[in-house]
Ligand binder design. Sequence first.
Ligand code: AMP
Length: 285
Amino acid sequence: MQLYSQVTNLQAALQKEKKSGHKIAFIPTMGALHEGHLSLIALGKEHAHLSVCSIFVNPTQFNNAMDLQKYPRTMEQDTRLLEASGCDFLFAPSNDVIYPAGLDTEVHLDLGNLDLVMEGHFRPGHFKGMLQVVKRLLDIVHPDYLIMGQKDFQQFTLVAFMIRQLQLRVKLIVGPTLRERDGLAMSSRNQRLNAEERRKAVAIYQCLLKLKNKLSNTNSVVLEQNAMKYLEEAGLKPEYVEIVDGNSLQKVINPEKHDYIVACIAAWSGEVRLIDNLILKGGLN
Ligand code: AMP
């Protein structure tokens, strides 16, 4: 695996590959890698000749300074895991490389309501920062494929929107959520859970499964309220449970009128904020 921290060196190496006709899959991450991330590297290799992974903890997408400070950073282990997974290029830039003084990297796009609901409501500014870094990284790497996880449902929905609106020449491929044996979605943040918080966290996936079972015969507003109660009784602090249309991210009132429905949850287990989702109807699965 080749390791780069500067734009020009990375671009020179990628240019050679592109000239030889090699297609490139790009997997942006914030590090603290787990099997979920590595599954995206493997997915990239199914579509392209080469995989480029980036590790960059993007400050502009954190609305909470403490969350940014506590975000796990495990660069040495990440490098070993990527090497073992067959990743070809690792790009690990500093803040100055991604956001050099004088370069306007902001994405000026009307996102409609997509960034105002769910994560956007509870983490104001998060998606603006996320799109900013994804666009900047795409401008640097110019991949053929962008590989992202379904785990961050609203995130990939917004990225797909940006790609369409800006007519970026990249194909987005979404990989399924990898889970621990008890169903908890793998996440870099799981490392911060103590044993009791970890045990409680499994209620999030169980709640999603219940929602899937009950969607057809219960009003979705009632389902959401019951799910909030379920999570509270399991010892979590839920921020939201939303049953939304998979395209518009607007709340579903009558499930029969939608053919793509997803349930999204954000909940705190102790000091750790976790998100997860499950497609209840149609869509990716
Ligand atoms: P992050 O490092 O959390 O920013 O995530 C980098 C990429 O990995 C994003 O596209 C995530 O959606 C994806 N990802 C995170 N967790 C998982 C998981 N459990 N399974 C599959 N992909 C994941």
